[in-house]
Design a protein around this ligand. Structure first.
Ligand code: NDP
Length: 314
């Protein structure tokens, strides 16, 4: 008899094969809204999924800014792609450092004037395997949630007003899901608040993560109904998922011609430094849905969560 693990492996392998095939189909002229003048920024792109998203976007003909908090490592990473003939530029960007964000914005303004695509990929996780320390909760929440918000807020004024709409793509995780098989959240109050997209606000999301951090400080988080594995990381991604919905709602109020579409996706369990190169998906496959979302010809999609090029529930 085939067990459920084998079944889901079979299903995943089949879907990944389909996606590999889809990746080989070139975009038609009609779908291709971008040109070599289209500017995409990817955060935390010196390695892993971020690096791979830069490579794939540049492969589609966009100008891509590879950013990294470490200048030397970033320059080296960009060089690999530049030597491969890709149109890739580099600038240092630490999403936790407001002066680095400001410097980056000035540079973009000066050199390009605008951007069209922002991929928020930079992130940290201090737990490996079944280990569940919350020792670094502040760092995880600051980077994954507040850092992502900071760079989004700084970049929105620099997003080009164009008829096809600018795009924001947030790299999150099914570990941050509120419902479904992967949801480990037991706190019904938090679930209800974050699920209710009509009344969801940035303040509610901020309060949720503050409450989590307070409970960590007080040593009471274990009875708080938070996920019991990858706890701080799951809470951070749950917050980015919720924030993506709030952001999409706000941005949808912008007038025609100034639209920005915001979505998030889970890359799967990817073989990168973050997972200690465990995982069941290559960086190439992990990057796929982010690139696909950034290039979507369909403008109406915003405020949604995706995995393997399919919409999934929050
Ligand atoms: P990596 O650890 O390889 O990459 C993370 C990147 O984020 C690195 O480039 C890192 O820089 C960068 N980074 C961390 N902090 C900052 C900061 N303050 N400012 C700028 N950059 C920063 O992991 P992945 O490629 O796997 O992760 C990419 C994204 O995908 C993350 O958001 C992660 O949470 C998400 N994800 C990954 C999954 C997986 O299975 N791998 C599953 C689900 C989501 P540095 O090299 O300097 O540390």
């Amino acid at each position: 008899m085939v067990g459920s693990k084998e079944k889901s492996k079979e299903k995943r392998d089949k879907r990944l094969q389909e996606i590999s095939l889809l990746r080989t189909i070139p975009y038609s002229d009609h779908q291709r809204w971008w040109t070599s003048e289209t500017v995409a920024v990817v955060t935390g792109a010196n390695r892993g999924i971020g690096f791979e998203m830069v490579r794939q976007l540049a492969g589609h003909g966009l100008t891509v800014i590879l950013t990294s908090r470490d200048e030397n490592v970033g320059v080296e990473a960009a060089k690999i792609l530049q030597e491969g003939g890709f149109n890739v530029d580099f600038h240092r960007l630490d999403i936790l450092d407001s002066s680095s964000i400001q410097e980056f914005c000035e540079w973009i303004k000066e050199k390009y004037g605008f951007i069209d695509v922002l991929i928020n990929n930079a992130g940290v996780n201090y737990n490996v395997g079944s280990d569940n320390s919350v020792e670094f909760s502040h760092m995880v929440i600051s980077t994954n949630y507040y850092g992502t918000k900071n760079i989004i807020n700084a970049m929105i004024p620099l997003m080009r007003h164009a008829c096809q709409g600018a795009r924001i793509v947030n790299v999150t995780s099914t570990l941050g899901r509120l419902k479904g098989r992967h949801s480990k959240l037991e706190n019904e109050d938090v679930r209800a608040k974050l699920m209710d997209v009509d009344s969801l606000t940035e303040e509610i999301v901020d309060k949720t993560v503050s409450e989590f951090l307070k409970q960590v400080e007080e040593g009471t988080w274990e009875s708080g109904g938070w996920p019991h594995s990858f706890t701080d990381y799951s809470v951070s991604k749950m917050a980015v998922n919720a924030y993506t919905r709030v952001l999409a709602k706000e941005l949808s109020e912008r007038p025609e011609g100034e639209k920005i579409y915001a979505n998030c996706f889970c890359p799967g369990w990817v073989k990168t430094a973050m997972t200690g190169y465990a995982g069941n998906v290559s960086a190439e496959d992990g990057a796929d849905t982010g690139v696909w979302l950034a290039l979507l010809p369909d403008q109406a999609i915003t405020g949604k969560f995706f995995a393997e090029r399919r919409e999934i529930s929050f």
